[in-house]
Design a protein. Sequence first.
Lengths: 655, 102
Amino acid sequence: MLLLDHLWIVLALPLAGAAINGLLGKRWPQSAVNAVGVGSVSLAFLSVAELVREFSALPVEQIPWVKSYFPWITAGTFHVDFSLRVDQLSIVMLLTVSFVGLLIHIYSTGYMAHEGGYYRFFSYLNLFMFFMLTLVMAANIVVMFVGWEGVGLCSYLLIGFWFLKKSAADAGKKAFIVTRLGDFGFTVGILLLFWTFGSVDFGVIFGKAAGMPAESMAQAGILTSICLLLFTGAIGKSAQLPLYVWLPDAMEGPTPVSALIHAATMVTAGVYMVARMNPLFSRAPIAMLAVAIVGAATALYSATIGLTQRDIKKVLAYSTVSQLGYMFLACGVGAYGAGIFHLMTHAFFKGLLFLAAGSVIHAMGGEQDMLKMGGLRKKIPVTFWTMLIATLAITGFPPFAGFFSKDEILFSAYAGPYANKILWGVGLIAAVLTSFYMFRLVFLTFFGSPRFDEKTVHVHESPKNMLAPLVILAILSTIGGWFAAPKFWGGQDFFHGYLQPVFAGVDKLAPAPELAEEALHSLELQLSGAAVLVALIGFFVAWWMYIRKPEAPANLARSLHGLYTLVVNKYYVDEIYAAVIVRPFLWLSTNVLWHVVDEGLIDGTVNGAGHLARRAGGELREIQSGNARSYASWVVIGAVGVTVMLVVIWIRMVR
Amino acid sequence: MSAVPISYYLVLSAILFGLGVIAFVFKRNIITIFMAIELMLNAVNLAFVAFARAHNQLDGLVFVFFVIVVAAAEAAVGLAIVITIAQNRQSLNIERVNLLKF
């Protein structure tokens, strides 16, 4: 019971690592920084493992396990404890975050070995782990918000890690400001939660929500408002339409950061939050529909942008946005379990894709343009094979992890409790595009003939501490899906059974359509077949365009010139935002807030007071002439004045 | 013997004080100014003594002794200052002692 009673240990370890490295690491050799940075995260992972062991022995009635450490904020009826909560959902998240985090820490020791600010990098990374674990273990929404903002801060620090590069510093600011827009909604949602339920504690909120009637499409009420506001926060944090613009830019950060924060963990916080708040969302069908529509739209939209990107990391970034859309689609159709499952498998294969891409970039000496790569298959075989596995996983080929999770999402969209055939169709189209752009990436990078100067670029395989995480993640990307393999595929459906208590309310509210065993099987087979078929279509199109007829893409781009320009410029969304929001805002700030309010009003008042005092002093000092006789005159005038006054008073009194 | 009314003393005191003030303000020679101050002090002394006599109380007389003592001290310090000024400026004109200003 050590860790169940002392949940804080899990949080304290990475925090201590961040503090030690941040305060002392500057003078230390890399090996010492490694020991602290990687050591603290491995200890955190081990403590999570021990926590899982203890948790599994816990009797059912003690779940969720909540530990309150100290009262944090008390103001009238508003009361917040620093309390942590462990249930099946947080266990899944804890394992995913700490394990993927550990692997990426190890990878970073190789990737960042030749970079300045080594200690700083690991300090930030550990700090990120602390906040992410806080977010996952929070027992009330305010503590969750602390983690939520904390990971945002670390994301900002790490995107702008190379802060001397202007584009990196700008990307960091962009990420921070854009997510802040969503967080505004999130904060209002928290206030509304407290206003409605009189508490911010998950246990209390869910208990009271369970007694509330479900709202309908026609009659939206307070729950719908709360859910929509909370979802706004998720849109910002998880880079959904229309606030996704920061995530592609976030690729300015070092690649391990992209893998950990902007693919595997932080950006999935929104999905986790929606799943965590499922008792509320399930009672607000409009909010559910909004989640599903935003998810599906984002999945399709960003997949189309991914088709034309040349930067290997940008492709993966748009792919991440697209996959996050899938997760929200799953949550929106009531399949929270599938969403969380995809979150987990995505953490494996997308983390792997980024790490492998990092390995490719490392091998190419910093080149990120895929059109300047090619033919790397023989030269960096480990990277190639692991990346191929991740690609097969993300495109949904059986038996890789992505197949099961994606299949389940599409199945739920087609036949789940909130089934919607249109959303299913959108998801399927997005799957074709995903398959195409992923294989395009693989073909461009690893196949064909080299398109770089082999004399200047010395392609070399990465060191072992970078390859080991690749291999481990490749294994997980392969077998990670089997946890949740439904009975139909001969699996135990372990994952769903495990998470069932957390999402129990959903099944009661919206039971899945009853289908006979036989019909269910054949339907599932058909849908899986469709999913694999579209993945194959994507593969063949990519193969045909990039292996068979390498001149085809250019021809296609020429014949669809307008469309191609539109997509390659990312639908000009950044430009539109700049024109519609950023520039008017800058204009307002410069010409009104700066030049008028700040310089005129505020500075004017302060400077005016100063000027007045100086002018008055300048005039008054003339009195101090140095002439003793003038002083004497003043004394006399004063004395006469006093006398006159006394006489006047005396005359009045006499009257 | 008919007593001289107090108003006589007061008027004399006021006249002396006024002369002192006028001399204090308009004279240029430091020693003259000094003497004007003495004149004012003694005008006040006269008023004190007159009041003390009229009210048959000793308080006024006590004040007069204080004033005489202070005047003696003032004369000692003041004349020392005058000598220093005379040595430094070769002049006793008050208008030339004007360094202490803005």
